[in-house]
Write a protein that binds this ligand. Sequence first.
Ligand code: N01
Length: 533
Amino acid sequence: MSNKKNADFDAIVIGAGFAGIYALYKLRNELGLSVRVFDKAGGVGGTWYWNRYPGAMSDSEGFIYQYSFDRDLLREWTWEKRYLSQKEILAYLERVVERHDLSEDIQLRTSVESAVYDETEGLWTVATGTGEAFTSRYVVTALGPLSTSHFPDFKGRDSFEGRIVHTGSWPDDLQIEGKRVGVIGTGSTGTQFVCAAAKVAGHLTVFQRTPQYNVPSGNAPLDEDYFIKLREDYDRIWDQAKKSRVACGFEESQTAAMSVSASERQRVFQENWERGNGFRFMFGTFSDLIFDPEANKEAADFIKSKIDEIVEDPETARKLQPTDYYAKRPICNEDYYESYNRENVSLVSLKETPIREITPKGLVTEDGVEHELDVLVFATGFEAVEGSYRQLDIRGRGGVTLEEHWGDAPSSYLGVNVSGFPNMFMVYGPNSVFSNLPTAIETQVEWITDLVSMVEERELPSIEPTLKAEEEWTDLCAEIAGNSLFPKVDSWIFGANIPGRKKRVLFYFAGLGNYRQKLRDVAEADYEGFLLG
Ligand code: N01
């Protein structure tokens, strides 16, 4: 029996990024539900509202880093280069909100503190940092997988007299032109920052702990002709992406690296190096770089040889050489290694000289050198996926918190639902599909809309997965990950970037096509794995 009349809203959505915006559109505009979205930011955009650091951009190509649902917008929207800048993505999301009259149901500058389920009423109560509380039948958590910053507390961190910032909350008034800038971290964010900052900083010191594999992005301006062809091709593009593994808009290779001759391998690597794009290099060259250690080594050696070729100072080139498998989320950039040939850029290997402390003037490494700085940038990543959930007080049946339910490692059924938390839907919760985000987000929001629609049509009080289904999904994700080289390297995709946290599986690595097929199978089996009501 539904509780339509008793609640303030049918659904509350937490977060107004790619996921929250689409959830509002689907639940309100298509299902006709009353919906309120909360976001702590001063504007919509989620990740793209906060990450305004110099160089911030998408490293999936622009044509695929969008929603597929708004075909009219796809026909009129243009952008400058192959990859979208942060400003362009933010403007795109604002435009989507405007086109579909969504802003009236988005309450900004309002953090959510807790979400508590009342079993008797079958309602969620969501309390905000502004002291308000609202009830709803459904809660959609669109928190973003990378929205809680990891900000290591180095000795003396607060004594720094210059500006100290995390890339995930870059202030609008901070300019780095002509300044002495230090950056800690060389992941996707740090390397984007390096490429941009190298061109404008007085001096840039890069503090690198673990070198990563970078390939060129192949970024370049687009012309009118490009958009004419692109618009004719969108049906095929979305169809291909939704059947593929990483949904990055290219055909993934079906050829094993070691099945071709050494010269053919080099040719393919070289062709893709020139073409650019990190996901394409990892998944479009050969089918097994993330599965076969030998194939992986071939790709790794190719990239390493490029580092030696590009970086003029042999000592810097040596420090930039990765030693692990090529098995983190791939990185691509415009002129990353070339940046180190500039006179105003220097590299410090924190493996060789770790950070001793931060001082009022800068950063001191274990060799006693004080690196004097005006601006110190932490590109040190995020408490991925689960971090934002653990900060909220979420309570399901019997008052059990999500924190208690998860214990050491988070779990879900299909990345979306948790047993004991009825009518709560996570967009990109733990063990969601590892792929291009907007396309994966659309898939999950559409799945959530189907579930809610089914609950409404059947007039069920609620939906939640069985514990068994949740455990089996988690085990399956661990098994799939275990068949690849990904878990052999420490990174945020296994939560291994947070000190003291044990490695856990956070993604379904079998690809978007298989994930979408699994959702169809579950629906066809009358929502197998769910308790209906
Ligand atoms: O974070 P990361 P990120 N002392 O965790 C270092 C997405 N993204 O923000 O490798 C010293 O990858 C850490 O060193 P190590 C994308 O999915 C997307 O860069 O742990 N160093 C590493 O170098 C990406 O994968 C876009 O040894 C410390 C860095 O900080 C995800 O965000 C753009 C340290 C953190 O790298 C995360 O990327 C940008 C310490 N105590 C980001 N702690 C798009 O294009 C950490 N580090 C869509």
